[in-house]
Design a protein around this ligand. Structure first.
Ligand SMILES: *[C@@H]1O[C@H](CO)[C@@H](O)[C@H](O)[C@H]1NC(C)=O
Ligand SMILES: *[C@@H]1O[C@H](CO)[C@@H](O)[C@H](O)[C@H]1NC(C)=O
Ligand SMILES: *[C@@H]1O[C@H](CO)[C@@H](O)[C@H](O)[C@H]1NC(C)=O
Ligand SMILES: *[C@@H]1O[C@H](CO)[C@@H](O)[C@H](O)[C@H]1NC(C)=O
Length: 447
């Protein structure tokens, strides 16, 4: 019998007992868990991809009442009395509940049809979706997307897709973009949704793996990791971004006009340290709670500071998370995207085409950008990576309908906890292994 202990599980086990990160844990407990893990592996030889319900390791360690990790991972409250008691350790061989993702997919004028396509390619009934078509798009286009969602039999049956009908005016480089992202996060929090990660995408992004691949790999990860590409080495941005003061009229005018600069410059902050990075990220539920609720004043103060900062989406969350003691150790320095920059880099990354297909696949990232609307490479991704037919939903273990007569099996919802990961899961696992490796993980946090 072939026994393959997933390298990601081994790595996660190592991280969990990493003394540099956390206080020491009982080594004995770890050894027996690894053994248990190994036995579980032995007992299910036919599990897909040799990725097994081993994930009980981190969660068991995390939730042990005497584990220092329990404290690290508990939701952060000012009043420690409010902190819920960690659940007692339960060593069952069942895999943990798959995580749930909360997506914001946003677009502007002309993006209506791509929003629908990205939504179908990202859909899973256990996730949540907020779709936003900004105020620049005509009313008819927004109504078209709204009606599409309202008439889609699956979306209405499951009820996990929400369109923001009171659209926002969004300036790409301005604070209105951050406001829009926070707005969507607030909606996703308010609508309950026991989701674990918030992922911010646009109509020119596209997934390279199925949701089953993503949910499966993420099942094994500590839920508090934040995937955010960042650096404090702001270089030229100090002069061109940190010092200039801008105004985004989108904040207070009904019609959009571009940001403008005011002649005076300001100093680099001393109350917090500036970080910058990619505007794409996957943020944990606890960090989004922290940003939206604002029981600590840092997220609020930094937000007000960024109101006059050019390209604030490339700095706001980065600066907050790295200046928050309780979160900076949860950062993973990556944006989960394949993005290809020209050399030398221009303001926007280059549009991906057929020529980039092999590099995209080798990149192991779950998402890529940016694409022209309905570029032929998207059809190739649908066929070869997502196994998705035209206008169909990305298939997964939950699809219980018939495939007869070319009908979409995913129009019938089966058991949503069944995941059928494919080759994409191996790719994400590879990426996680590299991101969480000794050489990368801690050494690239908030540096
Ligand atoms: C974060 O990691 C550093 C270095 O490993 C450690 O000194 C610090 O105590 C950690 N912070 C928290 C809040 O766990
Ligand atoms: C969120 O997603 C949009 C894509 O529409 C992007 O342009 C924006 O900068 C992202 N990031 C933040 C922090 O708002
Ligand atoms: C498929 O099509 C055939 C012939 O049109 C029809 O008799 C049959 O009922 C259809 N099956 C399903 C599952 O829709
Ligand atoms: C769904 O699938 C899971 C895992 O296979 C199983 O434990 C659970 O009982 C199933 N739920 C239902 C309602 O069939």
């Amino acid at each position: 019998m072939k026994v393959a202990l997933s390298p990601l599980h081994v790595r996660l086990a190592a991280i969990m007992v990493d003394r540099k990160w956390i206080a020491p844990l009982a080594v004995g407990a770890t050894v027996s868990l690894v053994l248990l893990l190994f036995l579980t592996t032995l007992s299910s030889p036919d599990a897909p991809l040799a990725l097994l319900p081993l994930s009980l390791l981190p969660s068991a360690l995390l939730s042990h009442p005497s584990s220092p990790l329990a404290a690290l991972y508990a939701p952060v409250f000012v009043e420690s009395k409010l902190r819920p008691a960690p659940p007692s350790v339960r060593l069952s061989t069942a895999s943990p509940r798959p995580p749930r993702l909360a997506y914001l997919i946003s677009g502007t004028v002309g993006d209506g049809n791509m929003l629908k396509r990205v939504l179908l390619a990202l859909y899973h009934p256990a996730n949540r979706y907020v779709v936003h078509l900004d105020l620049e798009a005509p009313v008819e286009e927004r109504e078209d997307v709204r009606d599409y969602i309202a008439r889609h039999s699956l979306f209405t049956a499951v009820g996990n897709v929400r369109m923001i009908t009171k659209a926002n005016l969004v300036t790409y480089r301005g604070p209105t973009m951050v406001a829009n992202t926070l707005h969507a996060a607030a909606i996703l929090l308010r609508e309950g949704g026991d989701w674990d990660w918030f992922i911010n995408l646009s109509a020119s992004d596209y997934p390279l793996v199925t949701q089953d691949d993503l949910l499966h790999t993420f099942s094994n990860l500590p839920r508090d990791l934040n995937f955010i590409d960042h650096t404090s080495d702001i270089g030229w941005k100090e002069f061109q971004r940190a010092k200039p003061v801008i105004i985004d009229p989108g904040l207070y005018m009904t019609k959009k006009s571009d940001v403008f600069w005011i002649p005076q410059r300001r100093s680099v902050p001393t109350a917090f340290k500036l970080f910058t990075g990619s505007a794409w990220m996957a943020l944990s539920r606890s960090f989004i709670d922290y940003c939206i609720w604002g029981w600590d004043n840092l997220p609020r103060a930094v937000l007000m500071y960024y109101a006059n900062f050019i390209s604030s989406p490339e700095g706001y969350f980065h600066t907050v998370i790295c200046n928050a003691q309780e979160f900076h150790n949860t950062t993973v320095n990556h944006d989960l995207h394949f993005i290809s920059w020209d050399n030398p880099p221009k303001q926007h990354p280059h549009y991906l085409t057929m020529d980039d297909m092999s590099r995209m696949v080798e990149g192991n990232a779950p998402f890529a950008r940016k694409f022209h609307r309905d570029d032929p490479v998207l059809d190739k991704i649908d066929a070869e990576l997502l196994f998705r037919g035209p206008n169909m939903i990305v298939p997964g273990g939950w699809c219980a309908g018939s495939r007869k007569n070319g009908s979409d099996p995913c129009l019938v919802v089966g058991n949503t906890t069944i995941l059928r990961p494919g080759p994409g899961a191996i790719k994400i696992e590879r990426l996680m292994l590299s991101l969480l490796s000794d050489e990368k993980f801690h050494l690239s946090q908030c540096k």
